[in-house]
Design a protein. Sequence first.
Length: 110
Amino acid sequence: MSNKKQYTIDITEAKAVKLFDEKYGRDLASRFLKLQEEFIEFKEALEEFMNNPTPENLAHLKDEKSDLHTVDIHISNMLGLCSEQMLDMAIDKVKGREKDPGYKRYPKIK
C-alpha cells in the first residue's frame, strides 16, 4: 500500500480549468506567454498601489492577482497538478531547505 497522498481537483478549480480549456486551449507555450503578460499587469498594478494606496488601486491589484493566479492554475493543471498539490510541494521545499539549502535546487540549463 502506498503512503503517497492522493489529490483531487477542487470543484471550483475544475470549473475554471474547463472554461480555460474551452476558451484558450491547452498549448503550454501559449499559456506561458499569457502568464508573462498577466505578471507584467500585476507588477504594474502593484507599483500603482504602492505609490497610491487607494481602495480603487487595491481593487485593481486584487483583480490582476486573480488573473495571474487563474492562468497559473490552468498551466499547473496542464502539468498534472492541482492547487493543493502545488502548496504541498512548496511547503515541502521550504521545510527541506531548512535542513539542506540545496534541497530541490536543480542545475541551470545553459
